[in-house]
Write a protein that binds this ligand. Sequence first.
Ligand code: AMP
Ligand code: MG
Length: 320
Amino acid sequence: MAKADILPATPNAIAHAAKLLRAGQLVAFPTETVYGLGGDATNDGAVAAIFAAKDRPRFNPLIVHVPSLSEAEGLAAFDQRARIAAQHFWPGPLTLVLRRRDDCGVSLLASAGLATIAVRVPVHPVAQALLRATGRPLAAPSANRSGRVSPTEASHVAAELGERIALILDGGSCAVGLESTVLDLTGATPTLLRPGGVTMEALTALLGPIAVGDSDPDAPRSPGQLASHYAPRLPLRMAATAPQPGEALLAFGPHPVSGFVETLNLSAKRDVTEAAANLFAMLRRLDRPDFTGIAVMPIPDSGLGRAINDRLRRAAAARP
Ligand code: AMP
Ligand code: MG
């Protein structure tokens, strides 16, 4: 890809960015915390492209940005406590982890297959204008390659991701320069998953006692939590080259192995980004009680293939 344009965030540039985002492309934009690498959160392909651009070795869930509480309520289940937190701290640097609504239109890949979703309403005027112009929720992790520090200026984004995205909206330096605070409200006690722009003291003053958890959703805080991390109910068998009775196949490539009761193909053209976009939705469609198991064809361990294999290995190991 050619080097991304860097455009001052004028109304025209924001309209252009919105058009690119609706077409499934990636746009970096300023928020009050750090620059975000945005993609249409309802588009599996755009979300997969975010993971690919960042070189993420694993599918950790992404924060989904919306312009207001009412839009957030269309995606996640808000109880009274969540509504109070949102009314008090939004727009602003607080991310809430809530249960996905059944009719949540956000890509399962943005939730890394979890039943939960992380949502936030940013206060930055450029982020607000872009969300409203796009009319879609935007998945937006920090706009840096995996393992590098978060960017607080457009030039940082250009250095990290310039060749991998369509456009960078320049809105100057980020005011907070710290990531958003991530608060999990899915349990009985609110749990801080990541410290950030909103302080623990401010949260406690509003919500009462707060537990401190681990921001890595793959590091369960109690054994019982393991079940909430997406793994199919059926046994999962990797690197399958021949069927076993009653098994369904998750295929990869132009020549699916025959003899399975059902086959879905992650990518007939052997494209690991397309495979990532399809992974969670297809696993769910094959996770049926009338099948005996899910066999997965070998997937190359390169690019996003690494993250796919990591997720499959965890799902295969999650069986008792
Ligand atoms: P980033 O998108 O890079 O700003 O990081 C997002 C942060 O939110 C990470 O610490 C994630 O682990 C956390 N997060 C996002 N979604 C969830 C979720 N559904 N459950 C738990 N943590 C989440
Ligand atoms: Mg980050």
